[in-house]
Write a protein that binds this ligand. Structure first.
Ligand SMILES: NC(=O)c1ccc[n+]([C@@H]2O[C@H](COP(=O)([O-])OP(=O)(O)OC[C@H]3O[C@@H](n4cnc5c(N)ncnc54)[C@H](OP(=O)(O)O)[C@@H]3O)[C@@H](O)[C@H]2O)c1
Length: 417
């Protein structure tokens, strides 16, 4: 008998998943229910034999074997998934927020009740990063994750490379439907952080909460930063990265200078990219469409097929881990100053007081003296010390705008225990 599938949420991904199930007529799977609020306006003639309902309790009490949660957000998604698992059903979801915040609790219910909880679509949409980790890379010991996990911020930054400012490219992303009217989740790093939390669990065995990881926004990056980054052989990308040192998860999300020879520098537009470094297999790069109805629905249907084929992995229990953001990396600091003699000496003094060495200092010509951008790069230093140095300068009369501090991506950052 095919497994009965109920879809909760007939929106962008839900409709695409239903379309794939109906067009491909996959063995072992039968779509039986579609749940949505005000469901009458959602009915389509290409799904003649499903039950359309706005009664969630009835779906959860039905004979459906698998609940596909594609409502998004935390409510009623969390309650629905929990109840479905408690009833012994399996659940497939694309909901990164739900899995980042409640995945551990939900996986424990799934383990006890015998159902599966799969969320291959929750990270990087249609790119099989999660199945890749759970199957193809299961034999390796993954030591580092580095990725572009948010297509909207990658769209904005990769277009700013050609001289545009942030506001122009945000407006373009909104015009194309890539960015919400309130772009906070994407541009301030929270969406990427949820995905990094999920990857850190699966790849590094580190169980942490999203709010334990620092996020830096891309809003402060300007066109001038791309010009200076180019002088350093780099571009700027929204990066999420994590590794484990001395039992701690070292993780952060934010715009970073990425050397042109890094695969991350090659990703453009809404593309997502994830680089996994393994102790035995070395680096593996996944890239492709990280969002969109069809690519995301492919990941959802792949999870359904894994359950139907009996190849779905079982979640293992993971202990909570401590998190630090204390990478020791080179930094790019862009100041905008009202020019006067002595500024460089003050910066050097504040840095030296924290034991930080300046690596280079450079300035492009053609700017007025009242708003002069110039850049300092440091030798590898600990974030917290650099923050102290910058804090000491924050009230200086020569600062026309707060400085922008970006980390410079390097292959193997070291961390202070
Ligand atoms: N879209 C993507 O590219 C993408 C990529 C990766 C992951 N995801 C994840 O996939 C999930 C679904 O995203 P989506 O883009 O398909 O969202 P969406 O287009 O907004 O679809 C959500 C659907 O759920 C319905 N819904 C919302 N709240 C409801 C409630 N309280 N009760 C009943 N129905 C409700 C909505 O109905 P209304 O029409 O009435 O609003 C809509 O049909 C999210 O977790 C998202 O993060 C999406």
């Amino acid at each position: 008998m095919p497994l009965k599938v109920a879809i909760l949420g007939f929106g962008t991904v839900g409709a695409s998943a239903a379309r794939i199930l109906s067009e491909r007529n996959l063995p072992g799977l039968a779509l039986t229910h579609v749940y949505n609020r005000n469901v009458a306006r959602k009915r389509v003639d290409w799904l003649p034999s499903v039950i359309w309902t706005e009664d969630l309790d009835a779906v959860l009490a039905s004979e459906a074997d698998i609940i596909v949660e594609l409502i998004g957000g935390l409510n009623p998604a969390h309650d629905s998934v929990r109840r479905a698992l408690e009833a012994g059903k399996s659940v497939v979801t694309a909901n990164k927020k739900l899995i980042a915040l409640h995945g551990i609790e939900l996986e424990s219910i799934a383990r006890e009740s015998g159902g599966h909880l799969l969320y291959g679509a929750a990270v990087a949409g249609g790119i099989p990063v999660i199945p890749g980790l759970q199957h193809g890379l299961a034999g390796d010991n993954i030591t580092r994750i580095e990725g572009i996990l948010n297509g909207t911020s990658n769209f904005i930054l990769s277009r700013m490379e050609h001289g545009a400012e942030y506001a122009e490219e945000l407006a373009e992303a909104q015009r194309r439907g890539y960015a919400e009217a309130d772009p906070t989740e994407d541009v301030d790093g929270f969406d990427a952080r949820s995905k990094l939390v999920i990857l850190a669990r699966l790849a590094l065995g580190a169980n942490v909460s999203p709010d334990e990881i620092n996020c830096q926004s891309i809003r402060q990056v300007g066109a001038i930063d791309f010009a200076y980054a180019k002088d350093l052989g780099c571009t700027i990308r929204p990066v999420a990265r994590a590794d484990v040192r001395n039992g701690n998860l070292v993780a952060l999300v934010g715009p970073m200078l990425v050397p042109f020879n890094s695969p991350l520098a090659w990703s453009r537009g809404t593309e997502n990219m994830v680089l996994m470094s393994g102790q035995y297999g070395g680096d593996v790069v996944f890239s492709g469409h990280g969002a969109g109805g069809n690519p995301t629905a492919v990941a959802v249907v792949s999870d359904l097929r894994a359950i139907a084929a009996g190849t779905a992995p079982r979640a293992v229990q993971i202990a909570p881990a401590a998190v630090t953001g204390e990478f020791e990396l080179r930094h790019y600091i862009r100041f905008i100053v009202k020019d006067r003699p002595g500024i460089v000496a003050e910066i050097a003094g504040a840095m030296a007081a924290q034991g930080i060495n300046i690596d280079s200092l450079f300035q492009r010509s053609g700017f007025g003296k009242d708003k002069l951008p110039f850049v300092v790069t440091t030798e590898p230093c600990v974030n917290s010390r650099l923050k102290l140095a910058l804090a000491r300068m924050q009230n200086a009369d020569w600062q026309a705008e707060p400085p922008l501090d970006l980390q410079i991506l390097e292959p193997e950052p070291s961390v202070v225990a």
